[in-house]
Design a protein around this ligand. Structure first.
Ligand code: SF4
Length: 330
């Protein structure tokens, strides 16, 4: 339940602003000059704000589409990302956003048409390359779709570019923009997954893994391509058994021909981000596991990481061609 919505004066009369505000009739509206004055305020506490986040409607001025970091990709030579939103309605304990932002408030950028223009510019500049765009690097790309309508909007753009891939990464069960239209070969609906027992301890407020598998199965049946993101891989008691059971369930539910790609990434944080997160949750068991600082990145020891990834890859290759399996090292 959103109690307060901050609105940048510049977009207060934007049709999308009005449409979003109409969904929050009981909220208090406050005009501001720039979203940063609320979002970047000093001395905010992410953990406290997370109980009752406010919404900020803003205009994104720059950096609408950015190159993805090296090691982030699913087969194409060039990778870019964009975020129509900052922060997330879920509260995963390992989420890097809580270590990156001081505020848990949600920012929605309403100038979608500027994202269209920026995307088309990148497409034009990289005509000779195979490109993947990633939506949802600084948020869950679909979780607030019923408020933003962003996916529905951006699908329209990508229909014009069938050779350019777009991944929506999510833990949500949003299906409307996909169920209501014809499937598109260049769209990947990618779901983050981990064993149910781990997810119920770490993925706060998200749909269960069983429900995510159900929605993947439903969307695959409609022709949509599915991405499986086992990221982060979590170490712990019985991890082999738990991951083995998860793979069996996933690969026996989602039709194999619908699987676009599978990627694995171990739990990892930049050192400062790890410090920020552990300050918020000093008693969280996840952070007292076998983690160490490896060149400024806090992660499992190399041997553990390698063991986990090769165990998971070995099982996956029984179901999915090797060319569709990726390791995410970002
Ligand atoms: S779904 Fe993703 S963005 Fe949202 S809290 Fe979890 S890890 Fe963070």
């Amino acid at each position: 339940m959103i109690e307060t919505i901050y609105i940048e004066k510049k977009i207060k009369n934007h049709p999308r602003t009005k449409s979003i505000l109409s969904k929050f009739k009981k909220a208090r509206f406050i005009e501001i000059d720039r979203y940063g004055e609320i979002f970047n305020k000093r001395n905010q506490n992410f953990r406290i704000q997370k109980f009752s986040p406010d919404l900020i409607l803003a205009h994104k001025e720059s950096g609408l589409v950015l190159p993805a970091p090296d090691g982030f990709g699913i087969g194409n030579s060039k990778n870019f990302y964009f975020s129509h939103m900052y922060n997330c309605i879920y509260d995963c304990r390992y989420c890097f956003l809580q270590g990156m932002y001081s505020s848990a408030n949600y920012v929605i950028f309403v100038n979608f048409e500027d994202f269209d223009n920026a995307l088309e510019k990148v497409i034009e500049e990289n005509k000779s390359s195979k490109i993947t765009f990633f939506s949802g690097y600084d948020c869950d790309s679909l979780a607030l779709e019923n408020v933003t309508g962003f996916a529905k909007h951006i699908l329209g753009l990508f229909r014009k570019y069938p050779d350019i891939d777009l991944e929506f990464r999510t833990k949500s069960l949003q299906k409307d923009p996909f169920i209501s239209g014809k499937f598109m070969e260049n769209i990947i609906l990618a779901y983050s997954l981990m064993p149910e027992a781990m997810s119920s301890a770490l993925d706060n407020k998200t749909p269960t893994i069983a429900k995510r598998i159900d929605i993947m199965t439903t969307l695959a049946a409609k022709g949509w391509k599915i991405g499986l993101r086992f990221d982060p891989l979590i170490h712990g008691k019985n991890w082999k058994k738990l991951y083995g059971e998860l793979f069996e369930k996933v690969f026996n539910s989602v039709p194999l021909k619908s699987i676009h790609s599978v990627s694995f990434g171990a739990l990892r944080f930049p050192k400062q981000m790890f410090k920020n997160i552990t300050k918020l949750y000093p008693e969280e068991k996840l952070f007292s596991g076998p983690l160490s600082n490896n060149d400024g990145i806090v992660s499992y020891d190399h041997d553990i990481e390698e063991e986990m990834i090769s165990f998971c890859q070995d099982i996956t290759t029984r179901y999915v061609d090797k060319s569709k399996i990726f390791k995410c090292s970002v």
